[in-house]
Design a protein around this ligand. Structure first.
Ligand code: TYM
Length: 334
């Protein structure tokens, strides 16, 4: 690429509003790793089509996701932040990689199993081949590292398998990427049911923190968070509610579990929940302010999208040319 730095690639689906889970499991780490790598972030709008979208709302969500990446601290003048659907190489490479992926592998994907159980009326082929498109996203940019939450680990594993299989036949075409899964925050759980992942598609308004929630709502939701009947703030498997809150608090304050246990020794759950709510609200306030400013500056965002779409398409075309050549597709005659 442009310099000697290793390449970081990641993205999120352009569906609904982001949750605190998306932020702590992914976005915040993107910002933390930003300086170390040459970074490319996609607004994954093609992936969102596996579920029916209202076109107007979908377009709005994609723009809003773009602005959120920037509001969180990713500078679009230094990082390539672009729309997946604006770079045709994703769909092209996805087709080729699909011919190097076994149905047995796709059958084992837990997200496919979960999502098809949830959307029984629309178990489409896109839902099934979703991991192949994700592998194409990553391999197209020769990514070294992919920061994601725990739920994407299996998709990273299949990406590595596809890359290795392809390389075994054609030589070192693809960089084999590594997942970066944070120690704390990789799986933020629902505030209403700590056995369930905090999710965008959650219907209970108290279960998820949305990145645009106001301070009072954030604090109220944390106060109501389901915990156990004990009173000691301690990280333990049998205390999933409190452990989840400790995870969140650790991500936003940088304190480890020991430090948190000491800080709340002798205090009750009430004090702890309030502290978590306040810390999260403080963390999100600057992002929310910046987001509102950015959404009002259409010209700036559009110029950034245009510039970065072109950059991404340039990188993508390079890999795609190499792949075409290796598999024996003939070049277009100019
Ligand atoms: P998506 O849009 O479902 O989620 C975006 C990111 O947020 C993480 N995440 C969580 N982390 C911690 N706790 C949670 N409760 C939580 N919920 C979500 C996800 O792990 C993810 O990192 N398939 C991807 C999007 C994608 C992608 C890619 C990612 C498409 N192509 C290429 C990386 C590289 C997805 O659906 O993420």
């Amino acid at each position: 690429m442009l310099n000697d730095k290793k390449i970081l690639y990641s993205g999120m689906q352009a569906t609904g509003t982001l949750t605190l889970g998306n932020y702590l499991g992914a976005l915040k780490n993107w910002v933390n790793l930003n300086e170390e790598y040459e970074c490319i972030y996609g607004v994954m709008d093609l992936h969102s089509l596996t579920v029916r979208q209202n076109p107007a709302e979908f377009r709005k969500n994609a723009r809003s996701l773009y602005a959120l990446y920037v509001a969180a601290g990713l500078n679009p003048e230094k990082n390539c932040i672009y729309y997946q659907s604006h770079v045709p190489g994703h769909a092209q490479l996805s087709w080729i990689l699909g011919c190097f992926t076994y149905m047995g592998e796709l059958n084992r994907m837990t997200q496919f199993k979960d999502k098809s159980a949830k959307h029984t009326d629309n178990i489409n082929a896109g839902l099934y081949t979703y991991p192949v498109l994700m592998a194409a996203d990553i391999l197209l940019y020769q990514a070294d590292v992919v920061p994601v939450g725990q739920d994407q680990k299996q998709h990273l594993e299949i990406t590595r398998d596809i890359a290795q299989r392809f390389n075994a036949v054609y030589g070192e075409v693809f960089t084999v990427p590594k997942a970066y899964i944070p120690k704390a925050g990789a799986k933020i759980m629902s505030l209403a049911d700590p056995q369930k992942k905090m999710s965008k598609s959650e219907e209970n308004p108290n279960a998820s923190i949305w990145l645009m929630d106001d301070r009072d709502s954030i604090i109220r939701k944390f106060k109501r968070a389901v915990t156990d009947s004990d009173t000691v703030v301690r990280y333990a498997k049998e205390k999933p509610g409190i452990s989840n809150l400790m995870d969140i608090y650790s991500c936003v304050t940088g304190k480890n579990y020991d430090e948190i246990e000491k800080e709340f020794k002798g205090k009750g759950y009430g004090d702890f929940k309030l502290a978590v709510g306040e810390a999260v609200a403080d963390e999100l306030a600057p992002l929310q302010k910046r987001y509102t400013e950015l959404m009002a500056d259409k010209t700036y965002i559009e110029s950034m999208i245009k510039m970065n779409d072109e950059k991404a398409a340039f990188y993508a075309a390079k890999t795609l040319r190499k792949v075409h050549k290796k598999v024996g597709l003939t070049e277009m005659i100019k």
